[in-house]
Write a protein that binds this ligand. Structure first.
Ligand code: ATR
Length: 279
């Protein structure tokens, strides 16, 4: 019987995950279907339980349910615990729900393999201190950057997040205005939700040098306000989060099916006009 997978969210109709997983499955010769699953805002747990009770094999979890999925899972991976969020769910042989988080690993894979960046000893700036920022800090710190500055509109949230991850490396939190005078960063990652409304965090001048790479975790058909700002500031590169989406999906696929998909080929199909170094 064909195995069933889905991405659960609210809203979820716009998700590119079904297309990505269909391409992975074709490529790897895997017999599966992957759909979207709209859960009511107050009905996430019931939707997940019904899916697995009906024989579903695995779920990706997207906005706004990643923290709820973390609470719902019976067992969570260390990286899901670190992020306090789950984006991949499965069911083990004893019927227990397991949860993992492949977002941060997907980002690092995209930055280091697809874009060819080195994060070790680099100065990184993470904008935002919500769920998205929390999900990437652990995997970024594992790459050994010289420091990560987490800057947020609400400074206290950035400081609290940095405190939580300080045991893993050099990370500090501050407000957006505090960035003035800190000099340019090697990599600037936009993990705020501002891009969803085409807004730009209020950033001071001087953060971008000619070799700075700017990366927006969000993606869309047009460059986000942050990526437009990056190019205006003279950044070497301005990249959106489509590559991260493909890479996190590949890690989920591997967890479920035990097969590693060829992500470079899928990225090329999704966006043939933007060739990148292959991973
Ligand atoms: P997510 O799960 O997408 O991270 P979230 O947990 O609600 O969503 O966090 C949203 C993040 O985007 C927060 O860091 C938020 O800043 P505040 O903590 O000050 O609210 C940030 N954010 C959203 N809109 C923003 C904007 N227009 N300018 C700057 N930061 C913004």
């Amino acid at each position: 019987m064909t195995d069933r997978y889905a991405v659960v969210g609210h809203p979820v109709a716009h998700s590119k995950s079904p297309l990505i997983h269909r391409l992975f499955a074709e490529q790897a010769g895997q017999d599966l279907v992957y759909e979207t699953l709209l859960a009511p805002l107050d009905g996430f747990a019931a939707t997940v339980r019904a899916f697995f009770a009906g024989g579903g094999k695995g779920l990706n979890v997207t906005v706004p349910f990643k923290a709820e999925a973390f609470v719902l899972a019976d067992v969570c991976s260390p990286r899901a615990r670190q992020a306090s969020a789950v984006n991949t769910l499965g069911c083990d042989a004893d019927g227990r729900l397991w949860g993992d988080n492949t977002d941060g690993a997907g980002l690092v894979r995209d930055l280091c393999d697809a874009l060819g960046l080195t994060l070790s000893e680099r100065r990184l700036l993470v904008l935002g201190a919500g769920g998205a920022a929390c999900g990437i800090l652990g995997p970024l710190l594992e790459e050994g950057p010289r420091e990560i500055v987490v800057a947020n509109r609400t400074a206290a949230r950035a400081q609290a997040l940095a405190d939580r991850f300080r045991c893993l490396g050099a990370v500090r939190g501050c407000g957006l205005a505090d960035l003035f005078g800190m000099g340019a960063f090697d990599v600037i990652l936009n993990a705020t939700s501002a891009s969803l409304s085409d807004a730009l965090p209020a950033l001071p001048l001087g953060l971008v040098a000619g070799d700075t790479v700017c990366y927006d975790l969000a993606y869309g058909n047009e460059p986000t306000a942050f990526l437009r700002w990056a190019l205006e500031q003279g950044a070497a590169r301005a990249e959106d989060g489509l590559g991260m989406l493909v890479e996190q999906a590949a890690f989920s696929f591997e967890l479920w099916r035990g097969v590693r998909p060829d992500t470079a080929r899928v990225r090329g199909i999704l966006r043939p006009d933007l060739p990148r170094a292959s991973s």
